[in-house]
Design a protein around this ligand. Sequence first.
Ligand SMILES: [Zn+2]
Length: 332
Amino acid sequence: MSEGKLKPTSSTPLVPCADILPAPLEDRNADTILRTSDGIDIRVYRAVLSLTSNVFSQMFQRAQAAGEAEIPVIPVQESAPILVRLFSLFYPGMVPVVLTGLEPIREIFDVAFLKYEMLSLARSSKRDLRARIHASPVAVYALACRYAWKDVAAEAAKASLSLSLHEFDSAPPAGLQYTTADSYHALLQYFHECRTAAKRATDSLEWLAWSPKLPWFNCSEAPNVCPNSAETWDLADYLEAQMTQWFIAYLKSAGEALWDRPGARLDTAELLDGPIKAMSGCPMCSRTGFKELIKFARETLPEKVAEEVDAVCGAPAWIVQIHPGLTCFYAD
Ligand SMILES: [Zn+2]
């Protein structure tokens, strides 16, 4: 079999690969040849692969025990483009191939972690996956579950709170094929727990201290100018108060936004325009109402929502459900 020319196959529709093997994989002094599924001979040093993978180490030991030639030729199931990309991540003298897109990442990670158990690559691989969390949180969650990386899965699950489940009414999220129904259900359960916790921050204000600075507690204009709520709301420190209706309207809209997306921004024009327009008709509220409402929407309420959501994240129950029986055995 001639060596050297690398012919990409139809089974490896990945990023363009060099059309010849990188020099380190053509080293004439190497002690082993890996014959790929597409018929390419890759020359490697057994010690390098053995240090990275126990599976390769055992494979070489079996070849030696079988009395192979001085330079054993070991057939492998992977194509040359796959192994070049994989080896580029750790082989001396090779420049790491940049993996673009989640499918190429999945293809290489499957070989690295599910087949050859290259645990030492977990740290850099997790970093690659984390870089994609905000662009594709559900897909990253799915892949993190696939490799039992619970820390990455938890981060991706939290990032998914900025999505609306309605986005998946017509089409499933990208990457769903990488994980199990159990793992996806755990994500949905987490989403539901988070939106319940987040909305609680607007349904009850028992966490909010009364203050003379907050105009929604202290407006004394006539009801036809600035109507108050009919009911009283319980506040922190066992206090209770009536509030202006424009503030209650904001709370209601914010609660609906959090139910849709527990990670939603709470200072959008969509949420603020109506209450601001209503308060502008009140001489008292319009003095400080805009400033205080913006502060509430950008700081006070988001901090309370984050506290509630973090309490859900802190509960390990849903994370354990990712892979019952599987522990996170890769290094952080
Ligand atoms: Zn008022």
